[in-house]
Design a protein around this ligand. Structure first.
Ligand code: ZN
Length: 341
């Protein structure tokens, strides 16, 4: 288990807040001023458990069109009793508030560093979103033992439960600790421009997970996605002895890489009626049809190779070069990600 980075007396300071053991503090990571001269920040919750243990950072809303981090963090705190938690959670439901407010992937007012998931560790002297990323990363790095960055298909797609982790035992263990539904793991390099990758480069186990999309934010559907993520975080906390209970695992994990299928033309995308997520498919099976605006078929789009569907476009409007399918290719099957299991 990672060593905790709380103070010797158990208090934990992040951004503008300090929480004693057994305390919940809602505060922020300062990110400069708005045009009225008011202080801006990234809202965070320091949920400091009464007992000793690791500090788990949960980061949502890197992309502002992905609300799954926020709903799952709200649900997690509803399910936890701070007096019975060992270690701490630092939760950032929305890392990119301007993007969230506008329901867009990035801050529409920032054309230079639009995608916050490509610019870590940020730049305190850089473009607008790079400054916010730099503040977030500077607050996180010294206080983070484990990190989960929560994503989804956002406005354009639906993604099922898949994750990206570096090929290190500690990252694979954290990924496997998410529980039984997380049996497809993509390998991602360390040192890339997303927060997890930068944490891994600094020796902190960190993963990026996907589940959901705007097409599943209506009433019961949104609860179902949020509940699944909350239960996965609870499973992680059980695994690292942050709460009582027996963690459950997939047991075997498909490890692979992503093949992205992009639209070969501009028009309307209609997916096949029978597509199933994470079900083995052969090369050349139909994914769907791309129509032009006269209703003529531009292209019939097939699976590029043997693999499984991890995500598919949910928004019919599509421009040439945009995402159609996030296709997972299995390179190996592993059963050794949980030490001692
Ligand atoms: Zn995302």
């Amino acid at each position: 288990m990672p060593e905790s980075k709380r103070h010797a007396d158990g208090t934990l300071s992040v951004g503008t807040g300090t929480a004693k053991p057994g305390e919940i503090v809602r505060c922020g990571i300062p990110t400069g001023k708005d045009h009225f001269g008011n202080d801006r920040d990234i809202p965070i919750v320091i949920f400091n458990g009464a007992g000793d243990g690791p500090i788990l950072w949960l980061n949502g809303g890197t992309h502002g069109d992905e609300a799954e981090g926020a709903i799952s963090i709200i649900k997690l705190f509803e399910a936890l009793d701070v007096s019975k938690v060992n270690g701490a959670i630092v939760a950032c439901p929305v890392m990119n508030p301007d993007a969230f407010l506008t329901g867009a992937r990035g801050n529409p007012a920032d054309g230079f560093t639009y995608d916050m998931n490509r610019i870590y560790p940020g730049d305190a002297e850089g473009y607008p979103t790079a400054r916010i990323a730099a503040a977030h990363f500077a607050a996180m790095l010294p206080t983070c033992d484990l990190q989960i960055n929560i994503h989804s298909g956002g406005n354009h797609s639906y993604l099922t439960s898949v994750m990206f982790t570096a090929d290190t035992p500690a990252c694979r263990e954290l990924g496997a600790a998410m529980g039984p539904i997380w049996n497809m793991i993509m390998t991602s390099p360390s040192g890339g421009g997303n927060p997890s990758s930068q944490l891994v480069a600094q020796g902190v186990p960190a993963i990026s997970i996907e589940l959901g999309g705007l097409c599943r934010t209506l009433t019961a559907d949104f609860h179902e996605v949020g509940d699944a993520l909350r239960d996965s975080f609870l499973n992680v906390m059980k695994h690292y002895n942050m709460i009582d209970g027996q963690a459950e695992y997939a047991g075997t994990w498909n490890v692979g890489h992503q093949e992205t299928v992009l639209a070969p033309g501009t028009g309307m995308w209609v997916g096949e009626r029978s597509l199933e997520f994470l079900s083995p498919m052969k090369a050349g099976e139909p994914l769907g049809i791309l129509y032009d605006l006269h209703g003529e078929v531009i292209a019939r789009i097939d699976t590029p190779c043997d693999g499984m569907i991890a995500g598919v476009r949910s928004r019919p409007q599509v421009m040439e070069g945009e995402w159609i399918c996030f296709y997972a290719v299995v390179d190996e099957v592993r059963d050794d990600f949980i030490p001692g299991a």
